[in-house]
Design a binder for this molecule. Sequence first.
Ligand code: SF4
Length: 269
Amino acid sequence: MKNVQSPLKKIKRNHFIFDDFKLFKEIILKYESNLIFVNLYFQGEPLLNKEISKFIEICSKHKIYTHISTNGISLDSTLIKQFIKNKLTKITFSLDGFSNETYTKYRKNSNLHKIISNILLFKEIKEKEKSFFPIIEIQLIVNKYNEHEIPQIKEWCQKNKFLFKQKTIQIYNNYNLLPQNEKYSRYVKKNNNFILKKNTSSMCKRIFYHLIITSDKEVVLCCQDKIPEFIISKDNLNNINKIWFSKKFNYFRAQVLKNNLYLCKNCGI
Ligand code: SF4
């Protein structure tokens, strides 16, 4: 069997992480009254940012919830204790398989055993610290290699009191990855094409309440714009209010609601 290639291969970035704490702090202080939740990740591994705990801390000081989504490989007890102390609200672990064989189909050269033991270490430290936060969530993107493991993962989550989130895989061209069971897929096959089971772009609310900043300091249309292709603003984060109400952002919002963007035709949200 061949190793699966990530559909995210096309992502273009000059920087892997957003680690400009000074700028981050400025944004938080300026917009704290508008912010409820900050997701400290977008198409990358947030733990590569060695100062991630500081980012969490400044948010919690200003009563803003935080969330990170990680592969969990570089966690250790020091970092876990910092996350708990700095009041991280939620941590999601991407667990795209429950055996090394299935896991490494989607995440090459990774080590499932290490990840599982890091997740359990997190749970153990959290219990010792008697902390409710962060909420631990296990996320599975269902593909044809791991679909048979869903019951096993669910049971493991239940046993350990982890939230379980099951997501459909987004495909760009390699439809071979789709699960056999259609109920786990966001697509149906029609006239030899794969199309979304439901297209809800005309009801998309995300464009009205969330703002995405990439590691290259670009503001992009939404979290589904992974490449990115719909860039609203570049290297100009000193007036986010202006970007939020800009003609360009509103133009793209209108296109989304009219279902004119091909990006939305592949969106599972
Ligand atoms: S891809 Fe389109 S429908 Fe999906 S979240 Fe983004 S803007 Fe909304």
